[in-house]
Design a protein around this ligand. Structure first.
Ligand code: MD5
Ligand code: FE
Length: 203
C-alpha cells in the first residue's frame, strides 16, 4: 500500500518489516564501531537525537558547521561500511517510488529516546539534490512533521511506525520537516527507542 504523501513523497507502509531482524543484526557491529553520540549544532546546542553513520561518508555537525565526512571525528577512522541489507533495502524502496539505481553513499542513523525531537529543517548539505532521500523507521512510533518549501508553511503531522519507509523525492526533497518529541512507550523489538535510517546520495 504505497500512499503518496504529496509533493513527491511516498510512504511504503511496513516495507522494512520483513527485514527488521536482519536490519537490527546488521546495526549491532555498526554501532559498536561507531557508537551513537549527541552532536552539537553550529549554534552550540546539543542535539536530543543521538546519531551515528555508516557508508562512505557520514553526516556530522560541530561548532564549525554541518558536513559529510569520510571519517568519524570520534574514532578518526572511516565510518563502518554500509551493510548490504541496508543498501539493498534503500534501493528497492527507491525503485518502488520510481527512482531507479539509487545507490546512497551515506546512511545517517538517528536514535530517538523518549522526549527526543528534531526541529524543523531542510536537508541541504548534500551535493546531489536531485536524488531522493529514503528513510526507514524502526521501533516506537513518531509523529513526523511534513512542512512545505517555506519554514512558515504549517507542517502536516504524519505518524510513522515500525517498518515504514518513506521515499522523499521531487518537491518534497527540499521540504521543511522535523520530528515531534518522541512519546514514551515500549516496542517489542527496540524497547523505549525509535531508530531512523536515512539514506542519501551525499557526494
Ligand atoms: C528522521 N531524519 O525521522 C528523519 C528522516 C534528518 C531527518 O530529517 O535530517 O536526519 S528523513 C526525513 C526527510 C528527509 C528529506 C525530506 C523530507 C523528510 N521531507 O520532505 O519531509 O529521523
Ligand atoms: Fe532531515
Amino acid at each position: 500500500t504505497d500512499l503518496p504523501l504529496g509533493e513527491g513523497a511516498v510512504v511504503l507502509r511496513g516495507f522494512a518489516r520483513p527485514l527488521d531482524d536482519a536490519l537490527l543484526a546488521a546495526l549491532g557491529p555498526v554501532v559498536e564501531a561507531a557508537p551513537f553520540r549527541h552532536l552539537v549544532t553550529p549554534g552550540g546546542w546539543r542535539m536530543s537525537v543521538a546519531m551515528t553513520n555508516c557508508g562512505r561518508v557520514g553526516w556530522v555537525s560541530d561548532r564549525s558547521g554541518y558536513r559529510y565526512d569520510r571519517v568519524d571525528p570520534e574514532s578518526r577512522q572511516r565510518w563502518p561500511a554500509m551493510p548490504a541489507v541496508f543498501g539493498d533495502l534503500a534501493a528497492r524502496a527507491a525503485a518502488e517510488a520510481g527512482f531507479a539505481d539509487f545507490a546512497p553513499e551515506a546512511c545517517l542513523i538517528n536514535l530517538y529516546s523518549p522526549g527526543a525531537r528534531l526541529s524543523l529543517h531542510q536537508d541541504r548539505d548534500e551535493a546531489n539534490l536531485d536524488a531522493p532521500i529514503v528513510s526507514v523507521s524502526l521501533g516506537l512510533p513518531a509523529t513526523f512533521l511534513f512542512g512545505g518549501a517555506k519554514r512558515a508553511d504549517q507542517p502536516r503531522r504524519v505518524s510513522l511506525t515500525h517498518g515504514d519507509v518513506v521515499v522523499w523525492g521531487g518537491a518534497s526533497r527540499m521540504a521543511y520537516h522535523g520530528v515531534a518529541p518522541l512519546a514514551d512507550g515500549v516496542h517489542p523489538l527496540l524497547g523505549r527507542r525509535r531508530i531512523n535510517l536515512t539514506f542519501r546520495k551525499a557526494l
